[in-house]
Design a protein around this ligand. Structure first.
Ligand SMILES: [Zn+2]
Length: 62
């Protein structure tokens, strides 16, 4: 099963809501994704609790 749940998060820079496509098979993960609106790097944290994705984002610190 290659389920890719789509979730929406709010960009910490421009506050636009952007879609993320999670790779559930990767489990708990942390990666950087460029905002599709303002193109700034967002750090995305993902953890799975009982197959429910818990996601939070934060701005990349220089
Ligand atoms: Zn943005």
């Amino acid at each position: 099963m290659d389920l890719q749940p789509e979730i929406h998060v709010q960009c910490p820079y421009c506050w636009e809501t952007i879609p993320l496509y999670l790779d559930a098979s990767a489990g708990t993960q942390e990666y950087t994704e460029d905002c599709s609106v303002c193109c700034r790097p967002i750090i995305v944290h993902v953890s799975f609790l009982f197959d429910e994705p818990a996601v939070w984002v934060e701005p990349e610190m220089d």
